[in-house]
Design a binder for this molecule. Sequence first.
Ligand SMILES: [Zn+2]
Length: 100
Amino acid sequence: MKRRLRPIVIAASVLALGTVIARRLGYKVGGNTVVRCRQGHLFTTLWIPGVKLKAIDLGIARFQHCPVGNHWTIVFPVRDSDLTDDERAFAATHHDIRIP
Ligand SMILES: [Zn+2]
């Protein structure tokens, strides 16, 4: 039993560690995360590392639909400290579908 559970425990630990590291770097991953697409659009998405039903996870970047420009693109999380109040407000009002 223990031997079977081990890969699951290791995978969960790696994901948890990735979330902690990303948060230390100032990225608010692990919930509602502000992201920027390659064309500069800002929006909020549900970003849970390792969990993705609507996007292809590329580690710190993802390929998904941008609701602002209505196109498919690569998006990157944006550090909260890098956002102006206007950008934060804009992102808060633009949220894609609420599934990870
Ligand atoms: Zn866009």
